[in-house]
Design a protein around this ligand. Structure first.
Ligand SMILES: *[C@@H]1O[C@H](CO)[C@@H](O)[C@H](O)[C@H]1NC(C)=O
Ligand SMILES: *[C@@H]1O[C@H](CO)[C@@H](O)[C@H](O)[C@H]1NC(C)=O
Length: 918
């Protein structure tokens, strides 16, 4: 502590001197810092304390006394991006540099890994591999807008953080290239040869504060294979560098000379192989004798063309102590660059090299499609936090209140600004998002009338409730072809509800608008759901209608979902009291007869072995023999099975009864003929994409029921592909629900024991032992990834050498846009990429590290159903376009399902669902 005091006062002294020295166009942000200061170099640092996000932390790293490295700012490891937005001058070139000194700031010694992006472009992945080494990323860009954003996001390990962010403005065009509108120049190497120390040369020697690394710096794989006879030379003479953006004089005053005729070096070029910008800098700084001649060539093995030109520094530069800088504006270079400068046969002196600079071309990503519209929306709310997230609205990850399509130039498809204190009218710009499917503006103080959204033809869901909107419900809403839900309740709307809107096949809520009245339409009072039977797309509509029926059922008529087998089960009430509807009790001899003394074992799981059986009435059953004997209290057991017997849903394997005799506890279920989903994904015959989606839908419905249809809700805890069973018709049902009580390892502490299967286990649950429905959502996300890829959740081979887990592997691919890389090859490309994307993105959300970032099962279910509609549409097109394809997919459909198509769709319709085995 004491030793830093002199340093501090030194920088205070320098403060006044440096104020005038600083170049214009310099920004030096001390991330996590608290006050302005000027460093020993004369650079003026400012804290990033205007940033609303992240946390500043002090660190202390041995031998690092610079004030800007005593602090950093870290951000949560969530699915958001955190951005710095800097003002720049348009059509001006800048150098931007971000540095990262980890210093074990989180006291976890988990080396972070995360991405940084410049605007929409992925700039680099920062991989910390040493707590005390500064990672540096630097690039040169031509500013095209008045601001530039640097964003941190996507940390698979540790938390994103940043130590400094520096912006340096060039005033010339040394770095101009014909590619600069489409490419950035990302620094790979900038080397000062013959340097007199390990310290880099930078500001104020370099007026643009480029960092010229010393060639004597010892770094792994950096400047090795140095030829024998390599000598340092230097001069005090001034060097004519011509243009201030060339390497500074101090760099040019030192060099290396190959006394034995060669200079050789090998170095690793970060970011390569690729195309790059590479320049070498020479100045003759040795006194040559009258007959001495220095001529040499660059020799790059494999690149004979590069090796032709002969360098004669004095001649090329028109004199001694003058700069000559040959280079390539676009050259293709490998990651490991070995180069040699060799003297020509008529040269008496060996080659000389002062400096070199290599940048990689980094392709800019097109920003999202709706940037200008969304900019004008957020400009209306200059002081709102959500309007200052910075960076591209969609890339690399969307703002927290947006969802975007997965197009190369993403469109905004969902805007969620619920309860954000919005006042004034609904911004008209909102009507210009052509891809918008969901708009949530509920719970604000919006006034004025509802604008014309007819340009947003994809709009499906509109939430405007709980505002102060006035005027009529515009008839333009009727024209929205995809509208499914419209909520305008609790506003001050007036007039009549357009009758066409009442007759439309949508969910509509307009209560709480005193002056708004129903027109002459049909339908219910405040919430109208009208079945539909029009048009040719009957199948599609049937799907939608069944979703709507379900929706209605869930919210307003819960009983409807229980297959009308009895009252809604209320586990809470039956727990303590006497069970009214006891589970059926089988005798052991009945079970033994049915299973022919446990002859055919069909499976085994965490709870015990499972045997096939046939009851006297012909019903096939599966008998699960619990392997835990500690479940002794007969009364308790009976209570538990009574609970089980009350859970009925067509997508849950039906519980038929139990048997507890001679110390054996058994559970009896309906038999599922087609086994587990796992067998179908990884063994037997492959199932096609639409079938996989339907299985996902079935399973999601079963889980949704456990979560939302039971009181108290039931958390499955062990969802996996072996717990999703398929019946005769390949309809999926979830099994092993409600069994956690039977997994006894210490009867009373059951709920605190982490249960689940490796690969499916919610990391948050595992760490915090806090069980919520979102733990099931995580496991379900893993199942979705398995459905997409056909791979197991955990594998030693499938995911490359350093990854065993499907989540990490899929995340990498999906987030880099490479969905093709994870699609099950046995699908033979027979799937619509849009529906695939929809599921892939949802799956990624499901496996978010934090439960509260994951969607709920109803949300997941909705996306699966959307994906099914998409896939069916796409399938229709595929059929229309090619008989070949239609024949093939028809074939696989019937092979896999032993079902005709029409039957298949009939089975889709919830309204004629039958209880399974009664
Ligand atoms: C550089 O040259 C390569 C090969 O000719 C070309 O493909 C590329 O587009 C050029 N430009 C950049 C910036 O890579
Ligand atoms: C909205 O305003 C109220 C009162 O000014 C404030 O308490 C609340 O935090 C604000 N909410 C948001 C989301 O900004």
């Amino acid at each position: 502590m004491k030793s830093t005091l002199p340093l501090l006062s030194l920088s205070l002294l320098l403060l006044t001197a440096a104020v005038t020295a600083q170049m214009p166009g310099f920004v030096s942000l001390d991330c996590g810092g608290t006050g302005n200061f000027t460093d020993e170099l004369g650079l003026k640092w400012t804290p990033d304390d205007q940033l609303k996000y992240g946390q500043s932390t002090h660190i202390s790293v041995a031998n690092e006394t610079r004030k800007q490295y005593q602090t950093l700012r870290s951000f949560p490891a969530d699915n958001r991006k955190y951005c710095y937005t800097l003002k720049v001058m348009s059509r001006t070139r800048y150098l931007i540099r971000a540095t990262f000194l980890y210093g074990n700031f989180d006291k976890s010694n988990v080396y972070p890994k995360f991405d940084i992006s410049l605007g929409a472009t992925h700039w680099a992945t920062i991989v910390i591999s040493d707590a005390n080494t500064i990672e540096v990323q630097e690039l040169i860009f031509l500013a095209l807008d008045p601001t530039v954003s640097v964003c941190l996001s996507n940390a698979p390990t540790g938390q994103p953080f940043i130590s400094t962010l520096e912006l340096r403005q060039f005033n010339g065009s040394v770095y101009m290239t014909q590619y600069e509108n489409q490419y950035y120049l990302s620094l790979s190497a900038r080397i000062n040869f013959g340097a007199d120390s390990e310290a880099p040369v930078r500001y104020p020697d370099d007026p643009f504060d480029r960092i010229w690394e010393s060639d004597s710096l010892k770094k792994a794989n950096y400047l090795v294979d140095v030829a024998a006879g390599t000598e340092k030379v230097s001069t005090q003479m001034p060097i004519d560098i011509g243009n201030s953006e060339r390497p500074p004089q101090k760099v040019m005053q030192t060099a290396v000379v190959g006394r034995s005729g060669s200079l050789t070096y090998r170095l690793n070029l970060d970011g390569f192989p690729g195309s790059g910008w590479a320049f070498t800098y020479f100045a003759e700084i040795e006194d040559l004798g009258p007959t001495d001649r220095r001529k040499f060539r660059l020799v790059l093995p494999d690149m004979p063309d590069v090796s032709k030109p002969v360098v004669n520094i004095e001649e090329n530069a028109h004199g001694k102590y003058r700069l000559y800088e040959p280079g390539y504006v676009n050259i293709s270079l490998p990651f490991v660059l070995s180069f040699r400068f060799g003297k020509t046969s008529d040269s008496s002196m060996g080659p000389l090299l002062n400096a070199m600079e290599i940048n990689k071309y980094l392709k800019k990503t097109d920003g999202s499609a709706d940037v200008s519209i969304v900019s004008s929306v957020i400009a209306l709310y200059p002081s709102a936090d959500w309007a200052q997230e910075g960076g591209d609205p969609c890339l690399p990850v969307p703002w927290s209140w947006l969802q975007c399509s997965s197009d190369p130039q993403p469109k905004i498809i969902k805007i969620k600004l619920s309860a954000k204190n919005l006042t004034g009218g609904i911004p008209l710009d909102l009507t210009r998002f052509t891809g918008l499917a969901e708009l949530w503006l509920d719970g604000n103080s919006l006034t004025g009338s509802i604008p014309d959204f007819s340009g947003c033809t994809d709009l499906k869901i509109i939430h405007l409730e709980n505002n102060q909107l006035t005027g009529e419900l515009p008839s333009s809403l009727v024209k929205l072809p995809n509208l499914r839900e419209l909520y305008v309740q609790n506003n001050k709307l007036s007039g009549k509800v357009p009758s066409d809107l009442l007759n439309k096949n949508i969910v509509l809520n307009y209560t709480g608008n005193i002056d708004l009245h129903k027109g002459a339409g049909r339908g219910g009072h405040d919430k109208i759901i009208i079945g539909s039977s029009i048009g040719a797309a009957v199948l599609l509509i049937a799907t939608i209608a069944s979703c709507l029926l379900m929706y209605k059922g869930k919210k307003y008529n819960k009983q409807d979902q229980f297959e009308r087998t009895g009252p809604a089960p209320s586990l809470g009430s039956s727990l303590g009291g006497v069970a009214k509807e006891a589970a059926h009790c089988f005798t052991l001899s009945e079970i033994e007869d049915a299973t022919k003394k446990f002859q055919r074992k069909v499976g085994s799981g965490g709870f015990g072995a499972v045997y096939h059986g046939t009851l006297k009435d012909g019903r096939e059953i599966a008998v699960k023999v619990l392997n835990s004997n500690s479940y002794q209290g007969k009364r308790e057991f009976t209570n538990e099975v009574t609970l089980l017997s009350r859970i009925h849903h067509r997508n849950l394997v039906q519980f038929l009864g139990y048997c507890q005799e001679e110390g054996k506890s058994m559970l009896v279920y309906e038999f599922m003929h087609n086994g587990t989903l796992k067998e179908h994904l990884h063994g037997r015959q492959s199932i096609n994409w639409i079938k996989r989606l339907e299985i996902a839908e079935d399973a999601a419905k079963g889980i949704e029921y456990l979560h939302t249809g039971c009181t108290p809700s039931i958390i499955h805890r062990d969802l996996k592909t072996t717990n999703i069973l398929l019946d005769k018709n390949m309809r999926a049902k979830v099994s092993d629900f409600g069994l956690s009580k039977f997994a006894v390892e210490g009867a009373s502490h059951v709920s605190s024991i982490v249960r689940g299967t490796v690969g499916y286990l919610d990391p948050e649950y595992y760490i915090c032992q806090q069980l919520t429905e979102k733990s099931d959502v995580y496991s379900f996300g893993v199942i979705l990834l398995e459905l997409i890829s056909g791979h197991d959740a955990i594998s030693n081979e499938s995911f490359g050498s350093d990854c065993r887990n499907i989540v990490q592997w899929a995340k990498l691919h999906i987030e880099s846009g490479d969905i093709a890389g994870i699609i099950d090859t046995s699908l033979d490309g027979e799937c619509d990429l849009q529906s695939m994307w929809k599921i892939a993105e949802k799956a990624l959300l499901c496996v978010q590290p934090h439960g509260n970032a994951r969607p709920s099962m109803p949300e997941v279910l909705k996306d699966i159903q959307d994906a099914i509609s998409m896939e069916k549409e796409a399938d229709k097109l595929r059929r229309g376009n090619s008989d070949e394809i239609s024949r093939n997919s028809g074939q696989s459909l019937s092979l896999n399902m032993e079902l005709g198509e029409s039957q298949h769709y009939v089975a889709m319709d919830e309204s004629i669902a039958q209880p399974t085995a009664r």
